[in-house]
Design a protein around this ligand. Structure first.
Ligand code: PHE
Length: 444
């Protein structure tokens, strides 16, 4: 009985906001807008929407079906639901669940930097020109004691929230932070619409350039749809295990995809409006927010200080709702597999996680020569482990689960599209994921 009490169930809105909270993260703001503007604009957006609908949302539904029907973490759910022998699914369940926990170990370092930038914005400590901004970002990365301290506090906070269970921990956090993220990005978007660079931002992001659409762009759109929807690492699976009976999976996916895409577009238009109005050129990655946008804010006086605090806080909120989702898969897997309480599982997992975070942090101090561990771990996860996780789940649902159980989970909500979805999951998605993986690794 204790297990049930400590886990709790999501409410309908809680599940949607928590899953959207996982999806909406640093990727939406740091990666998506620039890639869209740089690789076809509106044409890219059309391709992206198609991949989100046919691949992203389909794989998301597959993950949901496993969690919803398994009512446990990935390890126990896969074991319980397979029509074949459970043997191979146990290690696969552990690998899938651990990948999100590994992402967390470096994501938390980014969140630590975000806190530093909230402080810098508030105190007017951001640089006025790009070279100095570059130096501030470098010194942020190289300040190991501060990064370590903040990361450890964030690890304690995250595991603390998750150990409180679904409804009292994860759902409550998302019910507070998600509206705040929407409010801040919405407010900044409205302000950005009054700036003269707004039109140029729209132009940068939405100009249709069909000639830019190459095979590589399509592959990157599929890869991105995976990362942005937090697929392939048992997050959606673990959250869906805490859905009450009678939930409408298909409708929830609609809201999650809508919120995720909306935030990516809104934040992109907003950021580029600032960049085009106040000077600076669009870039990708951390440079865009920490250097380009940091410089823009610092040149706007008190208004800039306010905008900086608000913007970096929104990014931090978006990151922390993703961070919380990243530790749930392992926590749930350990909780169900070894029948220990969530708090005990949290303590057992927080320690190795903190150790990994510390090792990755040290690589910013030159302790491993020129090796940047964060980049390496991120590369392996985004290009190998996440696609492989997605592949395993689609193969599982398409080939190793009783079709009746799958139909029952979807409960007629796909109407005539069930056959299409089933074909996607059984044949098309696995094939496409393999192609994307080979292409991301440069083999194809
Ligand atoms: N979806 C998150 C983002 O866009 C990142 C993420 C990836 C979270 C994989 C969990 C798992 O930033």
């Amino acid at each position: 009985m204790k297990q049930v009490q400590t886990n709790g169930k999501f409410s309908k809105i809680g599940f949607i906001l928590a899953t959207a909270g996982s999806a909406v993260g640093l990727g939406n703001v740091i990666r998506f807008p620039y890639i869209m503007g740089d690789s076809g604009g509106g044409a890219f957006f059309v391709i992206y929407l198609l991949t989100i609908l046919f691949i992203g949302a389909s794989v998301m539904l597959a993950e949901m079906v496993v969690g919803y029907k398994g009512q446990a973490g990935a390890v126990s759910s896969l074991e319980k639901l397979t029509t074949g022998s459970p043997g191979p699914w146990r290690p696969i369940g552990w690998v899938i669940s651990s990948s999100s926990n590994i992402i967390f170990s470096y994501y938390v370092i980014l969140l630590a930097w975000m806190i530093t930038y909230i402080g810098l914005s508030a105190s007017g400590g951001l640089a006025h020109e790009p070279a100095a901004a570059d130096a501030i970002f470098a010194s942020t990365r190289e300040n190991l004691p501060r990064t370590l301290l903040l990361s450890i506090l964030l690890i304690i906070l995250t595991f603390g929230v998750v150990s409180r269970g679904i409804s009292r921990g994860i759902e409550r956090l998302n019910l507070i932070l998600m509206p705040m993220i929407l409010l801040i990005f919405g407010g900044m978007f409205i302000y950005a619409a009054t700036l003269h660079g707004f039109g140029e931002a729209l132009d940068f992001m939405f100009k249709f350039k069909w000639s830019d659409i190459t095979m590589k762009v399509v592959v990157s759109a599929i890869g991105m749809s995976f990362f942005t929807l937090s697929l392939g690492s048992a997050i959606v699976l673990a959250y869906s295990a805490s859905l009450p009976k009678g939930s409408n999976l298909v409708q929830s996916i609609g809201y999650v995809v809508l919120l995720d895409t909306l935030i990516a577009i809104v934040s992109g238009i907003m950021i580029f409006s600032f960049v085009f109005t106040y000077g600076g050129s669009p870039t990708a990655g951390f440079g865009l927010v920490f250097i380009t946008l940091g410089t823009v804010f610092s040149n706007l006086g008190y208004l800039g200080q306010l905008l900086g605090v608000v913007f970096f806080s929104a990014l931090f909120f978006a990151g922390i709702t993703s961070a919380v989702s990243m530790v749930e898969p392992m926590l749930k897997a350990v909780h169900y597999r070894f029948k220990v309480s969530r708090s005990k599982a949290a303590i057992a997992l927080a320690l190795p996680t903190a150790l990994l975070t510390a090792i990755i942090t040290l690589s910013f101090g030159g302790y491993f020569g020129d090796i940047n561990l964060m980049d390496i771990v991120d590369y392996i996860l985004s290009n190998v482990l996440l696609p492989m996780g997605g592949l395993a789940i689609t193969i599982f649902v398409g080939w190793f689960m009783d079709r009746k159980v799958v139909e029952d989970a979807v409960d007629g909500k796909l109407h005539g599209f069930f056959e299409l979805w089933y074909i996607i999951i059984k044949y098309i998605a696995p094939l496409l994921i393999i192609i994307v993986m080979l292409s991301l690794l440069g083999i194809m």
